[in-house]
Design a protein. Structure first.
Length: 460
């Protein structure tokens, strides 16, 4: 059966507390019971010792006689407490015997104690045992007392009431603890489950396409706060991806529509005989179809580059050498715009796929040249930082708007659509760069300000 998280947490918390209380109750009951039993055993022995000491004081050395009246009173008091006393002198003669004095009362008290103990404590299997005590007065033995009492221990009504009250108290405390735990568990469960329910509701709305939603609960639990932030970040990313998807469809549709429209209009006019099918007009159609072919090639290239199983053929190479070769390839373009390009840094060796990493350098330099005005500067820098190899390329170009920076590595994203179309950009260059760098277990970052230029940093 499916239960709400708050219900499960409440029941689980209550069950844990209930089991704990039961264990504490059993442990406390056994522990207190054993301690009390030991106390009763010790108390019985002390009482019997006290009776023997009291009886020994009732012998008068001057008369050679016992104080029978006192012994009688003492013996009856002991009898009512469950001690059956029999006193002998040194000759073995009976001085006083509780059973001879009132046998009916003795048996009644004994039967009463035995019955109660068998009913309340059958496990101890006790019985009345007789113990001998020497009666000593002024360091002289004056007789013997035989004292019988229930062993290993006996309990009176007060003792039974005390233990019953203790058990009831522990039971009440246990029930109270479970009730308090249930209430506390309920509120704790609500505290934990409410944010999770909010997350569930938010993710459901996100799955329905509402990417503008955001959780704003004041959550103080670290894990729940991280969960909330993760959901908000997911919504933000999906919102951006949806925006990029729509923009991609628009851009691709525009890129395909323009050449297709041109080709169709030319063919229709030539087919209707309005235009002559001259080599020049056919060349225009071929050029437009070439643009379409180029878009398809770029898509195929992007699919290949973004394949997670990108095969790399890595070897050690001086990064500065790769950069110098890249600069030579673009030397004529930089000369056309009077752009100076310098390389600074150390002779750092890195293990890379030369072909694919050269493509990274070409794309970055091509972008810098494309967006740097005439007479600008481009600076490469290579250095080591700990175990990392770092390459930076800095230009004095037009820069990137801060709102565009989070998206520049997305496929077909363009910071300036009209300029990109003018310069012939496809919008996948930086996507390819990021994919190749990532395949090398590296990362690429960008710093830029509109009108101030850009700086790309690759860390391997």
């Amino acid at each position: 059966m499916n239960m709400k998280l708050s219900t499960r947490l409440t029941l689980g918390f209550s069950l844990i507390v209930f089991v704990t209380v039961v264990l504490i109750y059993i442990t406390a009951n056994i522990g207190v019971g054993r301690q009390y039993e030991e106390h009763l055993k010790l108390q019985q022995k002390k009482t019997a010792d006290t009776i023997a000491t009291g009886l020994s004081q009732q012998y008068n050395f001057s008369t050679g006689k016992w104080n029978i009246d006192y012994i009688h009173g003492y013996g009856m008091y002991a009898l009512n407490e469950g001690y059956i006393v029999k006193v002998y002198d040194n000759s073995g003669n009976v001085v006083w015997d509780a059973e001879n004095h009132d046998m009916t009362l003795c048996h009644k008290i004994m039967d009463n104690i035995i019955t109660k103990m068998k009913e309340k404590r059958p496990e101890i299997k006790g019985s009345f045992y007789k113990y001998d005590y020497d009666l000593v007065n002024n360091d002289t033995k004056v007789g013997v007392a035989k004292i019988s009492y229930y062993s290993p221990y006996s309990m009176n009504e007060i003792d039974f009431k005390f233990l019953d009250a203790l058990n009831k108290l522990l039971l009440v405390l246990g029930v109270g603890a479970v009730v308090v735990a249930g209430i506390s568990g309920y509120f704790l469960a609500k505290y934990i489950s409410n944010p999770i329910e909010k997350v569930t509701d938010t993710t459901r709305k996100i799955s329905e396409g509402n990417y503008n939603i955001e959780m704003k609960n004041n959550i103080k639990t670290k894990e729940l706060l991280e969960l909330k932030n993760a959901v908000n970040q997911m919504a933000y990313n999906l919102k951006n991806q949806e925006m990029l998807r729509k923009r991609l469809v628009t851009d691709v549709a525009h890129e395909l529509r323009t050449p297709l429209t041109n080709v169709m209009s030319h063919i229709e006019l030539m087919a209707d005989g309005i235009w002559e099918a001259s080599p020049e007009r056919l060349e225009i159609c071929s050029s437009e179809l070439g643009r379409i072919s180029e878009i398809i090639k770029n898509l195929e290239k992007l699919q290949q580059i973004e394949n997670e199983n990108m095969d790399l053929c890595c070897e050690n190479v001086y990064l500065i050498d790769l950069i110098e070769q890249c600069n030579k390839a673009f030397e004529s373009k930089m000369k056309e715009k009077d752009i100076s390009c310098t390389v600074e840094g150390e002779s750092t060796i890195a293990c890379v796929d030369i072909s694919k990493f050269t493509q990274v350098l070409h794309n970055l330099l091509s972008n810098s040249i494309k967006y740097t005005e005439n007479g600008g500067k481009i600076i490469w820098e290579v250095y080591e930082k700990g175990n990392n190899k770092v390459i930076t390329i800095t230009d004095t170009g037009i820069g990137i708007d801060e709102n565009d920076i989070p998206f520049i590595f997305e496929r077909f994203y363009r910071t300036d659509i009209s300029r990109q179309r003018k310069t012939g950009g496809s919008g996948i260059g930086l996507t390819i760069v990021k994919s190749i760098v990532k395949a090398h277990n590296g990362k690429i970052e960008v710093e830029s300000k509109k009108g101030k230029g850009s700086k790309f940093t690759i860390t391997l």
